[in-house]
Design a protein around this ligand. Structure first.
Ligand SMILES: Cc1cc2nc3c(=O)[nH]c(=O)nc-3n(C[C@H](O)[C@H](O)[C@H](O)COP(=O)(O)OP(=O)(O)OC[C@H]3O[C@@H](n4cnc5c(N)ncnc54)[C@H](O)[C@@H]3O)c2cc1C
Length: 207
């Protein structure tokens, strides 16, 4: 059994200035004010758009992110409906095969340290799930049958694509104090990376 940390990779090529210019070109169609476009006007325009809540304009750009998290967190992520997803399938992946090193991978809970007794109980439970899964496969069960004993902590990998408006919804809800700690563990650094790479659009989201 592998115990790993959650991770993400932004897979879209991102040029923040180019994105703002694209948004400005789209947005200025509304006012037919394309003549006001200058080498620096996209920043000011993006500020105006976010401050006025004219968010339909930022729907013109989408970003794809690959996320590795547990199945509990992925189940919450896919509740965001204005998005496209492709996710590792527990129906088709057979974790007893060599390409998985014949073991399951689970995501370490961020709220318990390895020395904590609760972590020990969790780790034992994960090992029992893995053992039951391997036994079921050895007894002729298919992966889609044997997955019944796989835990919420099972590692999953998903590719998700959202437009910038939906990313704002996602970050606002999933970085907040009310969100699950393992969701925040991904959403907060992801938001920081979005902010570094795309000016203005996400700056007002507080968490
Ligand atoms: C802290 C927290 C706790 C939660 N707890 C639970 C829980 O206990 N049980 C549970 O089932 N879910 C729970 N959820 C999930 C939550 O109810 C939403 O399903 C999820 O956050 C997706 O958000 P959303 O539906 O607003 O937006 P998205 O699906 O991301 O859509 C974005 C926005 O588009 C609009 N939109 C999308 N679809 C429609 C539509 N059909 N009609 C009108 N407008 C639409 C809305 O404005 C929406 O906010 C929780 C979420 C959070 C953040």
């Amino acid at each position: 059994m592998k115990i790993i940390k959650p991770t993400f990779v932004i897979e879209s090529p991102i040029d923040g200035n180019q994105i703002l210019q694209q948004i400005e070109r789209a947005g200025r169609t509304a006012y037919k004010s394309e003549d006001k476009i200058t080498p620096t006007s996209a920043l000011t325009f993006a500020k105006m758009i976010t401050q006025s809540g004219h968010f339909s304009v930022i729907e013109h750009y989408s970003v794809t992110v690959r996320v590795i998290c547990d199945r509990g967190v992925s189940h919450e992520i896919v509740r965001h409906r204005l998005a496209s997803y492709t996710q590792e399938s527990t129906r088709y992946c057979n974790y007893t095969k060599g390409k998985f090193d014949a073991e399951i991978a689970v995501i370490a809970p961020c709220f318990w340290d390895a020395g904590d007794e609760r972590y020990t109980v969790w780790k034992q439970a994960m090992a029992q799930c893995e053992q039951a899964y391997q036994q079921l496969i050895a007894l002729g069960a298919t992966p889609q049958e044997a997955r019944s004993v796989l835990p919420n902590s099972l590692k999953t990998e998903m590719v998700m694509t959202m437009n910038l408006r939906e990313w704002r919804v996602f970050f606002t809800m999933r970085t907040a104090a009310a969100a699950h700690p393992q969701m925040r563990e991904i959403a907060q650094p992801l938001l920081r990376e979005f902010r570094q790479r795309i000016p203005i659009i996400f700056d007002d989201i507080t968490y």
